[in-house]
Design a protein around this ligand. Structure first.
Ligand code: HEC
Length: 93
């Protein structure tokens, strides 16, 4: 009985710790959680984008983050910038 209970609990544990967004880009969840106060993701596909290049995209994410205050690590920054570039901007690097 104890064994069954333990394996049920273990099963539950592994469900709850498995990442829900496993199939998504890690940058997507960061963006969705941290950057929706002022604009939604429609901002990234607007016809008259203010961005012309990859360095401008990097600078913009840093600029917006000074308002969004996400406290991302360097790696998380890179994930968000990659996600934005892969999904919307497709600038050459
Ligand atoms: C304080 C409000 C605010 C927050 C929070 C914010 N943004 Fe912005 N963002 C803006 C505004 C305003 C613009 C449009 C600027 C313009 O048109 O000159 C913009 C534009 C952008 C653009 C350029 C869109 C384009 O192609 O023209 C990107 C990329 C962007 N934001 C990313 C982010 C990311 C990533 C975050 C989260 C870290 C974020 N923003 C959070 C206000 C914000």
């Amino acid at each position: 009985m104890k064994k069954i209970l333990a394996s049920v609990l273990l099963g539950l544990l592994s469900i709850s710790i498995s990442p829900i967004y496993a199939s998504e880009h890690p940058g997507q969840k960061l963006l969705d959680d941290g950057c929706q106060q002022c604009h939604n993701n429609g901002m990234f596909s607007r016809p008259k984008s203010i961005l012309q290049s990859y360095p401008e995209l990097q600078a913009r994410v840093e600029f917006c983050d000074s308002a969004a205050n996400t406290h991302w690590t360097e790696q998380q920054f890179r994930q968000v910038i990659e996600y934005l570039n892969d999904t919307y901007y497709k600038f050459p690097k």
